[in-house]
Ligand binder design. Structure first.
Ligand SMILES: *Cc1c(COP(=O)(O)O)cnc(C)c1O
Length: 370
């Protein structure tokens, strides 16, 4: 094949000159981490951009999730979804909590509120839903269930940067939301993450937790770890934030081309955002169901033969991971289990050319029997 390879994603980066300008002051101040000038500036800008009351920055999204679970001092069972990235469940287990898997909804792959209700026991302390691929969870119903049972809700919003539901930030639902600014996400700080919440006491507590539990030079109040965002990552965040609207607008154009080309194919399902949601077009998940005429794996291989790299994201299901399969059964969540075998996320990034989208869709269509 003469054509160029297409990867599943490409990290957004500012012009190198813009980044160099941003980090220059660090050579004067020699203040490289621990709430420096860039960290404080980025925190302020991000709060404004995301339209959220409180934010705490971290080295990465995973540490942020571990930290908030720790700072909330949770104990017992946490209801979550197996149709997610390893991080969600690993964080729960690593904090000494027991994950309990609810099934997901057929239509948008987010956690099914009915399934949550059935799994609540006296040991349940929290729900960790995931806005998977940026698809917004049933936030109102989850809120109602949590309030009725006195449970905390912590959203894994790693895919939900900037998403708005009925005109306001989706990050304001629940007791807290975790964001990831990993290189592969819609908005990146190279590595990075955050917790968004309304509770300023929780934010203050997390400031200690992520810095060894240090309250003041002679007082350590928690057995905390180290998960602080450094100045270079905050500087990257400041630069990327200036361009993120433009990046998302470009992603939208790419996504709409995909929807046009793949929207009416038998047995193939794309996720078009509903009209009350402002999406960030983070991923392009496609489900290959029975009627399509080829399996997900066959499509994956056909694309790979053409130098096009899609991802089986999320496959395998978390409960089928080697480290979990002795304790859990994916048969308990049949919808999630089936979706994991049907899903393929197609290449998606701001600068993906129309010709490449067309080439990808041609290969996909060729696999089907329509
Ligand atoms: C990326 C991701 C995380 C982890 O974020 P990092 O910043 O890479 O630590 C957690 N959950 C989901 C669903 C993710 O996609």
């Amino acid at each position: 094949m003469s054509e160029e390879k297409i990867s599943v994603t490409k990290s957004s980066m500012p012009a190198i000159s813009e980044y160099v300008e941003e980090i220059k002051p660090l050579w004067e101040s020699r203040w490289l981490t621990n709430r420096g000038e860039k960290h404080r500036a980025f925190e302020g800008e991000l709060k404004k951009y995301l339209d959220v009351p409180e934010i705490s920055l971290f080295t990465n999204g995973h540490s942020a999730l571990e930290c908030v679970l720790e700072a909330m001092e949770l104990e017992g069972e946490v209801i979550t979804t197996p149709f997610t990235f390893a991080s969600t469940v690993n964080a729960i287990v690593r904090k000494g909590l027991t994950p309990v898997f609810a099934d997901v909804k057929e239509d948008d792959y987010t956690i099914d509120p009915c399934s949550i209700e059935n799994l609540i026991t006296p040991r349940t302390c929290a729900i960790v839903p995931v806005h998977v691929y940026g698809n917004v969870c049933e936030v109102e119903r989850i809120d109602e269930i949590a309030k009725r049972h006195g449970l905390k809700v912590i959203y894994d919003a790693a895919h939900a940067f900037g998403i708005r539901l009925n005109g306001s930030s989706v990050l304001n639902w629940g007791d807290a939301s975790m964001l990831s600014f990993h290189a592969t996400k819609v908005f990146n700080t190279i590595e990075g993450g955050a917790i968004v919440c309304r509770d300023s006491a929780l934010v203050e507590s997390m400031e200690h937790w992520k810095n060894f539990g240090i309250e003041s030079p002679e007082s350590v109040i928690h057995v905390g770890g180290n998960a602080k965002m450094n100045e270079f990552c905050a500087a990257m965040g400041l630069c990327n934030l200036r361009h993120v609207d433009e990046e998302i607008a470009k992603r939208k154009v790419v996504a709409e081309r995909y929807f046009e080309l793949l929207g009416a194919i038998r047995g193939l399902k794309v996720s078009v955002p509903p009209s009350n949601v402002v999406s960030n077009y983070a991923y392009l998940p496609v489900m290959f169901t029975e009627g399509f005429g080829a399996t997900r794996d066959q499509v994956f291989d056909a694309l790979a033969d053409e130098g096009i790299f899609a991802r089986k994201y999320f496959y395998p299901l978390i409960s089928d991971f080697n480290c979990y399969r002795e304790k859990f059964s994916s048969e308990d969540t049949p919808i999630a289990r089936r979706l994991a075998s049907e899903v393929l996320t197609l290449p998606m990034y701001a600068d993906l050319a129309f010709e490449d989208v067309e080439r990808i869709c041609e290969v996909v269509k060729r696999c089907g029997s329509y």
